[in-house]
Design a protein around this ligand. Structure first.
Ligand SMILES: CC(=O)N[C@H]1[C@@H](OP(=O)(O)OP(=O)(O)OC[C@H]2O[C@@H](n3ccc(=O)[nH]c3=O)[C@H](O)[C@@H]2O)O[C@H](CO)[C@@H](O)[C@@H]1O
Length: 366
């Protein structure tokens, strides 16, 4: 199959597509693939690094409210659609799949005008503006969270596939041990991190409660985010905070999923990729949604998990020393509760998400 993939902006739009491409290659079903992204997005770095052909379009985002300012953007959008049509005519894909982000708006729209079968993939429980617009033109709409399905009016196009990142993680073969990070193996361990960028609010809570965490019979793997690492280290030095052997502090973990099977529970933001990974492994979580994302979609993502008993949600605005530590205690000190959460998380994960998407591609190209 010849597949044109498009999407970008954040890693959340890119990683699922990379996982999907990898799976298609494994299945020997990829005749050729082209990724179309934007010049400035993270995709222009990540995609070529994976050895995947990459082309970029010049495009900028719409303002949420249509105003006079949008005319320039609208102009640029139609210019991108024309460019995208050229790329599509040249590459001749059997199917075009878009994962969100403005660039996918132009490319998937162009494909639909050219009568090429199209799919959009919605990773979040709140539908992004691009996917909402595209839903009227595409052949199929693939989604992860049930909460997203109700926001599309084109019900017949909907197919629940899950996030391809879940299948990639469920099938991983390289694992890490806690001793690789200076901790002991086989001791209950909580991993605290604030998404790929780190989170000051979460970091501050760990610092505020260090004296209590030092005394716990469990271990704490505290990942600050690269940006905040020096700040955290300086606070510890300046305030002469004690850090016992049960706590390790690091800026970032490459390949975080390799250690997940050893982790009892995670405290983190609730971005789509994080949730796809946690549910693939079945890791219980305490989710503190980022308040700085569009339409508060991380809260909805987290609530979808909480409903099934796979996670506990703490709003950043309600976060305090007491509920932070007691939520961790509850899971880390009660193995049967942790087990229940783990099973619920696993049930939420769709570990054949890529295969489901590939089947969908076959169905619409036959
Ligand atoms: C802040 C923001 O706008 N986030 C959005 C972004 O998240 P995105 O999906 O990019 O980010 P996530 O926070 O969910 O993912 C974090 C990723 O970083 C990895 N990691 C993290 C820390 C570390 O030390 N090592 C490591 O490898 C995790 O394993 C995971 O793969 O796109 C998603 C999909 O549209 C949205 O749901 C999120 O709201």
């Amino acid at each position: 199959m010849r597949v044109l993939v498009t999407g970008g902006g954040t890693g959340g739009h890119i990683y699922p597509m990379l996982a999907l491409i990898k799976r298609m290659k494994e299945r020997g079903e990829l005749e050729d693939v082209l990724f179309v992204g934007s010049k400035r997005g993270l995709e222009s770095e990540l995609v070529p690094k994976e050895g995947i052909k990459f082309k970029s379009l010049e495009i900028q985002g719409f303002k949420r409210k249509l105003t006079f300012d949008n005319f320039k953007t609208l102009n640029l959008f139609f210019k991108s659609v024309r460019e995208a049509k050229k790329i599509i005519k040249e590459f001749k894909p059997d199917v075009v799949i878009g994962s969100g982000g403005y660039v996918s708006g132009a490319v998937v729209y162009a494909a639909s005008r050219l009568k090429v079968p199209t799919i959009i993939h919605e990773q979040n429980s709140v539908v992004g503006i691009t996917n909402k617009f595209l839903s009227h033109f595409v052949t199929k709409i693939a989604y992860v969270f049930d909460g997203a399905a109700s926001q599309f009016s084109q019900k017949k196009k909907l197919v629940k596939t899950g996030n391809p990142r879940s299948q990639e993680v469920a099938e991983m073969t390289e694992f890490a041990r806690l001793t690789d990070f200076g901790l002991e193996n086989d001791v209950p361990t909580v991993l605290v991190f604030g998404g790929s960028q780190g989170s000051k609010a979460i970091n501050d809570k760990v610092l505020d409660t260090l004296d209590v965490l030092n005394q716990k019979p469990y271990q704490v793997m505290f990942v600050t985010g690269r940006h905040y690492y020096n700040e955290v280290k300086e606070t510890i030095a300046n305030e002469q905070l004690e850090v016992q052997d049960n706590i390790v502090i690091m800026p970032y973990i490459d390949n975080m999923t390799a250690i997940l099977p050893e982790i009892t529970a995670v405290v983190s933001r609730s971005g789509a990729t994080t949730i796809a990974e946690l549910t693939a492994v079945g890791t219980p979580s305490i989710l503190i949604p980022s308040p700085n994302v569009t339409h508060d979609h991380q809260t909805k993502n987290a609530q979808d998990l909480e409903k099934t008993g796979a996670a506990v949600v703490l709003a950043e605005s309600d976060l305090n020393d007491y509920n932070f530590v007691s939520s961790i205690d509850h899971i880390l000190l009660d193995a049967s509760y942790a087990k229940k959460m783990s099973l619920a998380a696993k049930k939420h994960g769709i570990n054949d998400a890529s295969d489901r998407l590939i089947e969908l591609m076959h169905n619409i190209t036959q």
